[in-house]
Design a protein around this ligand. Sequence first.
Ligand code: NAD
Ligand code: MG
Length: 399
Amino acid sequence: MQRLTLLGSTGSIGESTLDVVRLHPQRYNVFALTAHTRLDKLMEQAREFSPQYLVVADEADYTRATQLAEAKGINSEIIAGSQALEFVSAHEDVDTVMAAIVGAAGLLPTMAAARAGKKLLLANKEALVMSGQLFMDALESGQAQLLPIDSEHNAIFQCLPQDYVYGAPERKGIAKILLTGSGGPFLHTPCHELATVTPAQACAHPNWSMGRKISVDSATMMNKGLEFIEACWLFGLRAEQIEVVIHPQSVIHSMVQYTDGSVLAQLGNPDMRTPIAHALAFPERIASGVAPLDFSTMTDFTFQAPEFDRYPNLALAIEACQAGQYATTALNAANEIAVEAFLQGRLSFTGIADLNRKVLDALDSCELNSIDDIIGWDNEVRVLARQAVTQPSQSMLGT
Ligand code: NAD
Ligand code: MG
């Protein structure tokens, strides 16, 4: 029996994880569930899975959560705040942690799971992008096992040789990683119309159903940019060893190209329950509830190179990846502020990449040697990015 903590259980990945867990009650037991705003959803999950702990991220919600639980006859212990998130991540009774909080808010509890040597299922790519080497060091010091949940990285993981050597793809005859992406909802929209697209249009992804932040990131292809950086860390790759390929049908989830000309791909319907089931059961295989791929109904199967004019955020992320940790942490922070402003109607869609570029251009390189450095830098960049939202015409230099 594996005991699970689900960080971000009320989100899209959290719910998909519980869908898989529900199919295998003899294998998985839920130890803790965590939520930020959707307390009703959390209580519904608690009634079904009876976890030992329920965590509400915001301490201000503690009283309301205990009242809700009492009214519904839920016996789980309720705890609140960021330390409570770390507590259920690192708890000795937990085997596996699903890191599915969105954004920088997931950094500390995800790091806690790494340090505590858990089997860590990583969906929260922002945590890795913002902390890079420190995150990898935490995994090593805790002897944690990391399994990627992002469908692309899960696909790459499945296509790499079992004796893959971290940081040395050429030793196993690997020429390149082909990171696929659908291109999002605006693949064919004339570029001059992008300035006026709405949050609802940006969140209407053609193939995947996801949370709002990652949906916007998919539309700008910042998601692919963050995944590019994520792939560098997860597999020890240099930027030139990764190529982004647009594949609008999202059936191939990524590929590994070998020097002999072979390309190995992982395919499946675009449904996150497949990578979640893969990682939960690894190295075994279990049912995920996903319908099998039906090739007879597949009409198109196409590929193209990304246009960087259409997706300036993708170019920015690759640049940041080459520039180093200060730049990737900064880009992630600026982007979180920009996406939030776009979703609130305070910034245009094309303003997201403009803001990210402006913030990155205003920064000088610096060393980030600890998690405190990372959090301090992340906060500094957020201040700058918020200023850029409210005073878009002002120069950011000298702030
Ligand atoms: P979502 O918005 O649906 O859910 C986010 C979860 O995080 C919720 O449970 C919410 O309560 C929690 N949360 C939000 N803010 C928080 C805070 N300040 N403190 C604590 N908890 C907080 O997002 P999602 O689509 O499930 O994505 C989660 C993560 O997985 C993201 O990092 C995303 O990039 C990654 N991911 C998602 C998908 C997908 O298909 N949805 C695919 C690959 C990777
Ligand atoms: Mg992905």
